[in-house]
Design a binder for this molecule. Structure first.
Ligand code: PLP
Length: 92
């Protein structure tokens, strides 16, 4: 399945789950976990309407952010963070 159809499917599932509990789907943040994904795939997910990118390796995030720049998407750090990497994560 393509990235954009996965995004659509996921957004639909969020909308259905939110509707069941009378909440707005806008209250749910959809984060694309992009570890082990290349920059073309990240571009594709951003173009499909994902606005939050989740990386959990500082070195990988640094390279990807440098390559893709910072545009309309936000970068989140997800998962376990080693103490010695915290400063870099904050800077990024
Ligand atoms: C990788 C990761 C995910 C997504 O897991 P997948 O198996 O790639 O779908 C979710 N949360 C965290 C913290 C992750 O590192």
């Amino acid at each position: 399945m393509s990235i954009s159809s996965n995004v659509e499917k996921t957004k639909r599932r969020i909308a259905e789950a939110a509707a069941k509990v009378n909440r707005s789907p806008n209250e749910v943040a959809l984060v694309a976990a992009t570890k082990n994904r290349d920059t073309n795939q990240i571009k594709e997910v951003i173009e499909a309407g994902i606005s939050i990118i989740g990386e959990n390796k500082v070195q990988e995030a640094r390279k990807k952010i440098a390559f893709l720049g910072r545009n309309r998407e936000k970068w989140h750090f997800i998962g376990h963070l080693q103490t010695n990497k915290a400063k870099i994560a904050v800077e990024l």
